[in-house]
Design a protein around this ligand. Structure first.
Ligand code: GLU
Length: 306
């Protein structure tokens, strides 16, 4: 399913304006509003002389002289692009950089490309990107289309509402409510299947859902807790995350299906960066700013070649 970006300019500008007004003045007890600071991010050791001859993807990237990595650009803490500098930041971006270093690529040879949830499989299938790191849940349906290294983190579906909302405390309260999520996402599919009385609204990105929430067009936004905490931190006076996570979303690194050499190399790389402390440093400098201490990373699922 190919979709284009249809980000309405005005509401997003509104959100950015609100967040810049509130920037730096979060209330006591609310998470810091500031994003990751570049000088606090770890530097990953580039494996010079690394080769992966059995990976078509790696060979193509080496020949081209750069890695092209798919990511999100509107998910604070996880994958966010600074419109002024074009620089991407967040926990997923750090994971992507660790992987690049392990594959023998200098940071300057890594190019990020924004791909929306519904377009990830096609982007990997048609070679638009070499791998994808962006809150991408591993599941059996997707495994028919792409490969997954990892998981490198375990998230859970949750709900974001306005602070003046008192009727919604969990997914059981969504009947008759307008609930927004991203097309092609697992949270969208779960509401459709398990909470059919909710009125589902889909956009390409969660930031558009948040704009709709702030302007009373929808009553809730649903996706992973990692993503929703980032929006709530931007405008803590307007938005809150409610209830407990109600799903398991193990995050994987998407690779072209069949490139088992790349997938196993990334599994090894995740394990190595968890062991040498990079993973925790990266977490603390990004998603950890939400106030949630670093969890133990989930076990890597090195499933057989397919
Ligand atoms: N992790 C979920 C998914 O992969 C939701 C987040 C997203 O859309 O990226 O569908």
């Amino acid at each position: 399913m190919q979709r284009t970006h249809r980000t309405p300019l005005l509401p997003l500008a509104l959100l950015l304006a609100v967040s810049s007004v509130l920037g730096g003045c979060g209330r006591e007890g609310s998470p810091p509003v500031k994003g990751p600071q570049p000088d606090q991010l770890p530097v990953y050791q580039v494996q010079s002389g690394f080769t992966l001859p059995d990976s078509g993807t790696w060979n193509r990237a080496k020949k081209r002289g750069k890695l092209v990595v798919g990511a999100k650009e509107d998910q604070p803490y996880m994958g966010e692009k600074d419109p002024a500098t074009g620089r991407y930041s967040g926990f997923d971006i750090e994971v992507a950089k660790m992987m690049a270093a392990s594959l023998g690529f200098e940071p300057s040879d890594v190019e990020f490309r924004t791909i929306a949830s519904a377009n990830r499989e096609t982007a990997l299938q048609n070679g638009q990107i070499d791998y994808y790191v962006g809150t991408y849940t591993i599941n059996d349906n997707r495994k028919k289309l792409v490969g997954f290294a990892g998981p490198y983190y375990q998230a859970g579906q949750s709900l974001l509402v306005r602070t003046d909302e008192n009727d919604i405390a969990g997914p059981q309260d969504l009947a008759g409510k307008r609930v927004c999520s991203a097309a092609g996402s697992t949270p969208y599919q779960r509401i459709e299947k398990d909470y059919p009385k909710a009125e589902l609204v889909a956009y390409d990105t969660y930031s558009v859902c948040v704009d709709n929430l702030l302007t009373y067009q929808v009553d809730a936004v649903t996706t992973d807790d990692t993503i929703l905490m980032g929006y709530a931190a931007k405008v803590p006076d307007e938005l809150k995350v409610v209830g407990k996570p109600f799903s398991e979303e193990p995050y994987g690194i998407g690779v072209p299906r069949g490139d088992n050499a790349l997938r196993f190399a990334l599994d090894d790389a995740i394990a190595a960066h968890e062991k040498n402390g990079d993973w925790k440093k990266a977490y603390d400098a990004t998603l950890g700013l939400s106030g949630v201490p670093a969890p133990t990373p989930p076990a890597i699922d090195r499933y057989p070649a397919s």
